[in-house]
Design a protein around this ligand. Structure first.
Ligand code: PLP
Length: 465
């Protein structure tokens, strides 16, 4: 098979896969999982026809995938991939650029620089803001917090990149009780500790309580959150930034999906004061709907991100005035993941992005209204794209979750919210239409009905639907 026909075969197979997602069960069927055993062979001793290799992937692995790219996957908070971003990703993969150095790979360096500028505008961040394309919000938090560590220790006279943390002045790191576990992991990777933190209590929606912010003194990093992974709630950013800055702290915001609220006039009030922070982390593979893996770190003060990340070596050309991506990222060699982001932004435009975000939030509100009308308890204020629903006791809720997943119309996961077991619905795919929400709502109500405790009183829903 020629290179061209191999690539066309891949495109045909991928298109067929994607076209089939709306009509297959969201979770893979047990038969498909059983067939995975066929992959468990010794490694071939010699070359195999690439066309046969591709066919094996398509035929064995494709059916065993979770339909995350489809319209009715509501697990975690992850979204799908816009067709234009899949296509752009293929093209960029074919280019095979090592996107580290602007003078060596000028085309993709320019695309990434433009995409970053567009994002800074879209989120309403200060014009001075610099950014980096990384693998996800975990690494975006890591990258931004490395800049924070640099800044607060430099102010204390400590060159942390050179000397490490041995003998350094201590840094106070303040997080909310609801900080994402990956934020804690990033802090651990930076030597700041996963446990050695000051934890601030949160309210019933998971928002950091401004009245419980401790007194700040000495080198301090305050980590806030825009978009709680369960409720979608935002910390009161403006209220917390002001006292933190007055005391000289660095303020970082984990906005893995919540940062996107700034791209919609309707949702932006949730993130009032976001622009006051010093650094931000977000994901593109969540709500912007680009392929994995894609996150972005932003730092307000120019020069601080490169101070933490840049390397130099004789064989590496300097940027000659252009932005050298490797000066901003943990990685040296790196795929040009900003190309996918640029393609999403260029094809949706600001109004297209707002429409996608608002449609998803409308879907979340519809889920909540439909479930509440049937007598089920919604555990959160549905302010964004997240819905938490309890179907009664933890056991009943677990049974409904299992029934929903087996039904296959849609897929939702479980979570614990402030001591309650809940089914979590996260609406963040470009592909989800209002009709998909209705179909999925019916499946949820059907599953809840089928698993009702026979002793329980019949809720109002039978009369209503
Ligand atoms: C998803 C998420 C993360 C981690 O993002 P990855 O892309 O999985 O690394 C961090 N913080 C919040 C609030 C998230 O929702």
């Amino acid at each position: 098979m020629t290179r061209s026909s191999l690539l066309q075969d891949a495109a045909r197979r991928a298109a067929r896969y994607l076209d089939g997602l709306g009509s297959r069960p969201v979770a893979p069927r047990p038969e498909a999982l059983a067939r995975l055993a066929a992959l468990d062979t010794p490694m071939p001793a010699g070359p195999v026809d690439p066309a046969a290799v591709l066919a094996q992937l398509d035929e064995l692995v494709g059916p065993a995938t979770m339909a995350m790219a489809g319209p009715r996957f509501f697990g975690f908070v992850i979204g799908g991939a816009l067709p234009v971003t899949v296509a752009a990703n293929w093209l960029a993969t074919a280019w095979d650029q090592n996107a580290a150095l602007a003078t060596v790979t000028p085309g993709v360096a320019q695309v990434e620089a433009v995409a970053l500028r567009w994002l800074v505008d879209l989120f309403g961040l200060p014009d001075s803001t610099e950014g980096a394309f990384v693998t996800g919000a975990t690494m975006a938090n890591f990258t931004a917090l490395a800049a924070a560590r640099h800044r607060v220790l430099t102010r204390a006279g400590w060159p942390v990149e050179a000397e490490g943390l041995f003998g350094a002045p201590p840094i106070t790191v303040i997080v909310g009780e609801e900080a994402h576990p990956t934020l804690l992991k990033s802090l651990g990777l930076l030597g700041l500790g996963r446990r050695r933190l000051v934890r601030v209590p949160v309210d019933g929606q998971g928002r950091m309580r401004a009245d419980r912010l401790p007194r700040i003194g000495g080198p301090t990093i305050l980590c806030l959150q825009a978009g709680n992974l369960n409720t979608g709630a935002f910390d009161p950013l403006a209220e917390l930034c002001a006292p933190a800055h007055a005391a000289g702290a660095w303020v970082h915001v984990d906005g893995a999906f919540g940062l996107w609220a700034r791209a919609s006039a309707q949702l932006a009030p949730l993130a009032t004061g976001l622009e006051l922070a010093d650094s931000w982390a977000t994901d593109a593979h969540k709500w912007l709907n680009v392929p994995y893996d894609s996150g972005i770190a932003f730092v307000r003060e120019p020069g601080v991100l490169p101070a933490a990340m840049a390397i130099s070596a004789e064989y590496l050309p300097a940027g000659d005035g252009a932005r050298n991506p490797a000066d901003f990222t943990p990685e040296l060699s790196r795929r040009a993941r900003g190309v996918d982001v640029w393609a999403a932004l260029a094809s949706l435009g600001t109004s297209g992005i707002a429409e996608m975000l608002e449609r998803n939030c409308r879907g979340a509100r519809r889920f909540a209204a439909g479930l509440a009308a049937a007598g089920h308890e919604i555990l959160n204020d549905v302010v964004l794209n997240q819905v938490l629903v309890s179907f009664g006791t933890p056991e009943v809720t677990e049974r409904v979750i299992a029934a929903v997943q087996a039904d296959g119309t849609c897929w939702c996961g479980r979570t614990e919210w402030q001591g309650r077991t809940a089914l979590r619905i996260s609406v963040c795919s470009w592909a989800t239409t209002d009709a998909d929400v209705e179909l999925s709502l019916e499946a949820l109500l059907r599953s809840a009905g089928a698993t009702r405790d026979p002793g329980a009183p019949t809720p109002a829903r039978t009369a209503r639907r």
